[in-house]
Design a protein around this ligand. Structure first.
Ligand SMILES: [Mn+2]
Length: 304
């Protein structure tokens, strides 16, 4: 289990907070790229990584990252997001604030002291994916690819409800949006940092973080960029990231060429394909065929 904050001797840049990212073996190249940006942000001492298999655990060990291994607890890849939320629950239960980030939500120029608002129970990024009903009613949906959950009496009371709904839906994001829709959260006026809402019956203060702060569309001027990546294979996503994160088109081409020519990395894609074929023919996979940290067709629709 992750160690709790160390109190007055805590030398981390943002005491009291843990940054949580979940990875599995099919997402390690993207995570390595993510880590390059994250290291530059200066928040590395805050990071705890959830690992789902031996390869991702070894990766975290090699890089000297604090990690929680959940390999034994997750059999069905669809449980990945629920188990991640269980870790979030354990942390806030022990008094730690949690910043949950997907391994494809890139920390370009984060300023956590300005972003974090301890008086707001849940601060969460927005997208235009699922559920559709949220887009229709609010004009956006809340995206679990990045959220800050403060350890408060209200969040501790809310978490079992969210967890239960997530288990039923097999989906943390769908469950959260549906709960706040059902319980009729009321959103305030749009401010520069986002829109704050209050859900009376769940007693939760929620901030929908402005797309000017965390964007799914553009890296320009935002603190965190969580691009929509299509396709289910890591190397296909890496090709898109080469363009989306490159400072110039010439640099993008050079990076794409490097990815295409990286024979070792494509072997991972072939292994995934082979595993899938084995599952289809009923011979069982040697490892989960679904990547974590991004959107997959069975877990999250593309662009979610
Ligand atoms: Mn993502």
């Amino acid at each position: 289990m992750a160690s709790p904050p160390e109190g007055p001797t805590d030398r981390r840049p943002l005491p009291g907070y843990v940054v949580l990212a979940a990875i599995d073996e099919n997402y390690l190249d993207i995570f390595a790229l993510w880590l390059e940006w994250f290291e530059r942000s200066g928040y590395l001492p805050q990071l705890t990584v959830i690992t789902y298999d031996t390869r991702s655990t070894k990766f975290a060990e090699r890089r000297g990252l604090t990690h929680v291994r959940l390999a034994g607890r997750v059999r069905d890849p669809r449980q990945i997001y629920v188990s991640r939320l269980e870790v979030v629950g354990d942390l806030i239960g022990s008094g730690t604030h949690v910043i949950n980030t997907d391994a494809d939500a890139f920390w370009l120029r984060p300023d956590l002291p300005s972003m974090t608002k301890p008086a707001v129970d849940l601060q969460i990024s927005v997208g235009h994916g699922i559920p559709r009903r949220a887009i229709d009613e609010w004009g956006f949906s809340l995206c679990c690819g990045f959220f800050i959950l403060h350890s408060t009496a209200r969040t501790k009371a809310f978490l079992p409800t969210w967890l239960q709904a997530s288990r039923e839906a097999n989906h943390d994001q769908r469950a959260l949006n549906d709960l706040l829709l059902e319980h009729e959260i009321e959103w305030g006026a749009e401010e520069s940092s986002g829109r704050i809402g209050y859900c009376r019956s769940l007693d939760m203060h929620v901030e929908a973080i402005s797309p000017d702060v965390i964007s799914r569309v553009t890296p320009t001027g935002v603190q965190i960029y969580h691009p929509y990546l299509s396709g289910r294979y890591q190397q296909v996503k890496m090709l898109q990231l080469a363009t989306k994160l490159a400072p110039s088109s010439r640099m993008a081409l050079r990076r794409q060429a490097r990815i295409v020519l990286d024979v070792r990395a494509w072997q991972g894609t072939f292994r995934q394909l082979a595993n899938k074929a084995r599952v289809r023919t009923g011979r069982g996979a040697t490892s989960p065929a679904e990547p974590v940290g991004g959107e997959t067709s069975s877990r999250r629709s593309v662009g979610d």
